[in-house]
Design a protein around this ligand. Sequence first.
Ligand code: SF4
Length: 169
Amino acid sequence: MVSANNDFTYNSKIEGDVIVTKADAVVNWIRSHSMWPMPMGLACCAIELMASGAARHDISRFGAEVMRFSPRQSDVMIVSGTVTYKMATAVRRIYDQMAAPKWVIAMGACASSGGMYRSYSVLQGVDRIVPVDVYVSGCPPRPEALLDAIIKLQGKVAKEPALGKLFKA
Ligand code: SF4
């Protein structure tokens, strides 16, 4: 049997359920299905982030339900809300404290582009201080949009050169 993306293969002639694959595919499969979010809830979008963890949306279907409030234990920062200049330094500091590999989701118009706040106090997009992997549009984006972003991020992680990155970080 061969999986859809040819990353994992199974040889039925070999006894003992042997699966043949590439090391990168295994590492990426584990990483993409056990993402622990760092919930960076800064404004109203954070309510939608919280809703995504509730039973109705059930973020745990994607292995991402373990919200960590410690940067040492999380690998995907979900920036949900308006990033003011006052908060920007804290966001960057927490990102720096997260262990590599790490990813960032900008959730909502404010985190992605400053949203409607074209003002002196608001950062016009969190990608000015941290590298963003997936942007979620909307004001506010529904929890389904965040789940879609997680699926997109999983797809992106699955294509990363995992072992090469291990030694780079
Ligand atoms: S995008 Fe809309 S809902 Fe989200 S933080 Fe900005 S104003 Fe609030």
